[in-house]
Ligand binder design. Structure first.
Ligand code: KG4
Ligand code: ZN
Length: 354
């Protein structure tokens, strides 16, 4: 017997239907059904298609996770679900399913923050998070630097993107170069053949004048425009474009700024542990540069394996497990999803029923 909590987590904030099961920090099942291929021809996630795909995938994905973990729903200690941020219709499919499950099984329900879950997932790979940690959270919708004192209760945002998220920049630049969707993995792959210093693309918000107000903030829309202008100018002149060099130089501009600012936050706040999470943390060059720079700075670096960086249910279960251990009050069955839930709110509060 173990007294570590057995938690099932449901994730439906975007285009992945994820159901994970953990016991404490041990991953037992991570079932993911993705609708990404249904969105590819539109060049981005279509919310209505995502919601319908979640509806179809939910039952089978829950069943698969329970079979993989060898547990019955009645064995669970708690259920966790993404309560926001994300696409409203997609979130509603996940939360409705979780509410029904919690109601039927009489288990406590935690409606948790997707962004905090991207950080909490590393517990499954490297054990309890170091406290405090600096977390660099880089996904398709968000890019932030966080001071995390306790992932279940105490997250302080130090900076965020003022315009595009890092993953969004990858997706937009991939689209303008005629590469597939999602663009991050495509650019990551093609960039391996290119030179990182072939083209000097701008590093947003790194000038001295930006340090007072935007030391830990990001801006990627100027970079995206610079890539577009560079490509257009070459096309107009009829010049050959080396796509691998463009991809490598663009990617370098993104990961240079991300790692530089995250490690500066470690130094400035006297924190010797850096966690990197979110879909962009799967990027091979980001992982390589962060490893080198963290070593130089004497900072412990924690990045989950790529499969746990992109959206999945295990990350939600991991945060739920941490909530149970920390004694956080469950959300309960009655709550409203929040499509723009701020990163510093790890869990939704319940609303009282009449
Ligand atoms: O965390 P995530 O799966 O979903 C959100 O919460 O947004 O992140 C998806 C984002 C997409 O923009 C995708 O292009 C990016 O993560 N991404 C990558 C890589 N794999 C996924 N970006 C760069 N390199 C990768 N290998
Ligand atoms: Zn995500």
């Amino acid at each position: 017997m173990t007294d570590e909590p057995l938690v099932l987590g449901i994730e439906t904030s975007c285009d992945e239907t994820g159901v994970g099961i953990v016991r404490g920090n041990t991953l037992l099942a991570d079932a993911v059904a993705s609708s990404v291929e249904e969105h590819a021809r539109f060049g981005g996630v279509v919310p209505e298609i995502a919601s319908r795909a979640h509806l179809e995938a939910m039952g089978p994905t829950i069943e698969r996770a329970c079979i993989d973990a060898g547990v019955a729903l009645s064995d669970l200690d708690a259920i966790a679900v993404t309560g926001g941020p994300g696409l409203i219709g997609a979130l509603l499919v996940g939360t409705s399913s979780a509410q029904a499950l919690a109601w039927a099984t009489e288990k406590p329900l935690f409606a948790v923050n997707h962004l905090a879950a991207h950080v909490a997932v590393d517990q499954l790979e490297h054990g309890p998070l170091d406290e405090p940690s600096i977390a660099l959270l880089v996904s398709g919708g968000h890019s932030s630097i966080l001071l995390v004192r306790d992932i279940a209760t105490d997250i302080e945002p130090l900076g965020m993107t003022l315009d595009d998220a890092a993953g969004e920049a990858f997706d937009k630049v991939a689209r303008l170069m005629g590469l597939g969707f999602p663009g991050g993995p495509e650019i990551d792959r093609i960039a391996r053949e290119g030179q990182v210093d072939a083209i000097a693309f701008p590093r947003g918000l790194t000038a001295n004048k930006d340090q007072a107000l935007h030391q830990y903030d990001f801006s990627f829309s100027g970079l995206k425009t610079a890539v577009a202008r560079w490509v257009e100018a070459r096309q107009a002149a009829g010049d050959h474009i080396n796509v691998a060099d463009v991809a490598a130089s663009f990617q370098e501009a993104v990961v240079d700024v991300l790692t530089r600012k995250a490690l500066a936050a470690c130094t400035d706040f006297g924190v010797d542990s850096l966690m990197i999470g979110g879909g962009v943390a799967a990027n091979s060059r980001l992982r390589e540069l962060a490893t080198a720079r963290a070593q130089t700075a004497g900072v412990r670096l924690r990045i989950p394996r790529p499969g746990l960086c992109t959206d999945n249910g295990a990350m939600v279960a991991a945060l739920g497990s941490r909530m149970v251990s920390a004694g956080v009050t469950p959300t309960g069955w009655s709550f409203a999803v929040d499509s723009s839930l701020p990163v510093e709110t790890p869990i939704l509060s319940g609303t009282l029923l009449d």
